[in-house]
Design a protein around this ligand. Sequence first.
Ligand SMILES: [Zn+2]
Length: 142
Amino acid sequence: MASKYVFDQEVEDLAKTILEAESYNWPQLPNVKFLVLETENCDYLGKCSKVTGKWKYLTGYNYVIEVWRTFWDSADFETRKALLNHEILHIEPVYKRDESFDWGLKKHDVEEFYDIVVKYGCWNDSLKAMKEAINNKAKIVG
Ligand SMILES: [Zn+2]
């Protein structure tokens, strides 16, 4: 299967609902294009990219958020919401000294190797906070 990007109304509608319903503390709503990547294999489930330079000028978009079709089609509603909300959280205004801003890309709260967690557990504050969040959510859901 050749890979291609397509528009998907279902993705667009759910993403816009999340964009407008959540409180993100942004100075304005960014212009985001949502796409679905149709390809056999993909090393990510979703991706948020900042649009820059000539592409920003030509399209007017600040970001492109893509989701992988195979994962999307296999995911339930809550998982789809989690994926889109995750990608949207990468959107971040970066303020300058004069209080104007550029759009940037926010990094994950936790970045770690699975092998390190297996060996050493939650060895730093961000991992401890993530463990607590997972445990709290497990109490609500489980
Ligand atoms: Zn991410």
